[in-house]
Design a protein around this ligand. Sequence first.
Ligand code: 4AD
Ligand code: MG
Length: 432
Amino acid sequence: MQEDQTYIQDIAQHEGEEVTLKGWLFRSTDKGKLQFLMLRDGTGFIQCVVFQKAVSPETFEAARRVTQESSLIVRGKVRKEPRAPGGYEVDASEVQIVQLAQDYPITPKEHGVDFLMDRRHLWLRSQSQWAVMRVRATVIRAIRDWLDSHGFLNLDTPILTPTSCEDTTTLFATDYFGEPAYLTQSGQLYNEAHIMAFGKVYCFGPTFRAEKSKTRRHLMEFWMVEPEMAYADLDDCMKVEEEFVSYIVQTTLRERAYELSLLGRDTTLLQNVTPPFPRISYDDAVKLLNEKGVPITWGEDFGAPHETTIAESFDKPVFVHHYPAQCKAFYMEVEPDRPELSKSVDLLAPEGYGEIIGGGERTASLELLERRIEEHKLKREAYEWYLDLRRYGSVPHAGFGLGLERTVAWICGLSHIRETIPFPRMLTRLYP
Ligand code: 4AD
Ligand code: MG
């Protein structure tokens, strides 16, 4: 930033003033003596009007010559214009081209997703992608704000790990000086160590899963925020989740109304996202699915069609709790009266977005945990440190993981998760 630069987001404070805008040409319209330049500077979009009679021949020529995505500096006077999207326009007095872009590949016509993904480094400049990334940043901030102001200490967990936390089939292995190391699938196990030292914590970082299925909900690299609480049970977990998710959604609706409108998002259902959220047990969800003609046998895990059907029965995100232990990870606490049930809970988002949170109560008992590690055929030695947490002052505890990209996809109303992260890592894509 330079002292003489005004950002488009601050334009309202400069009505009637001469300003200098520095950015790129988003698009232009040639009306003979009038050139309309839609400028973007990262903070917003604004129309600059270049009138032949009001400017030097050099400026007018530059305005005519400037191409899509050329970098340029525009000086001019800010004028209120109720018909303009941001409410203001700039009457240009000077246009200076910084670099003339030749044949920008992404034109206003329709392009296929693969074409755009190959040019993701440029596609991020488009209005829709700009809107999504700004929503993403706000969701991240809302996540941190809520947790920071509710007594959760932010502690980072390692990215290179010696063991799995979730399904061993989705591990990304790498060579760690001759030993295998795996990219983290979840910071949860480390969070559990953290809470015994700090009470309530969260980690928030990149998470890696070698998901071999190509779906609109899966990325290989995604961001997960994982709160964990000592002396907490399944019910506490749900209470925190509903407050947390409601805060994230309402903050984003308030602060990113413009971006959501650019995306054409109908926010009616999102307005509804306030506590409490409905709750349904896995048992009842199975009944509901069979009634609704999406058959499932007790003990099977839900797929996307099941989640969608359950979620459609409610007008808010819905908790599904007490999944069969066989569907869930080794660390889940079980229900004492019905040990075939885990004290787990998933939060399903409406409108077909499916599971955005997975979590629950963790096994506090050393014996059960040892048995589980064996049943899951996990390498016991690698979990000795984790077993220590049950040997020295074990307490009931619970936590969850919220997938950032799935949450952003839901809030933005996107049909695919790939547009929610700047550079998505997918089954068939590692470029750019
Ligand atoms: O349900 P998951 O696997 O839960 C855990 O990893 C727990 N250890 C978290 C915890 O309790 N601390 O994943 C949590 C969430 C999912 O609900 C989903 O939103 C997201 O992470 N997620 C993915 N998002 C994008 N791409 C993928 N491949 C994802 N896998 C999980
Ligand atoms: Mg899950």
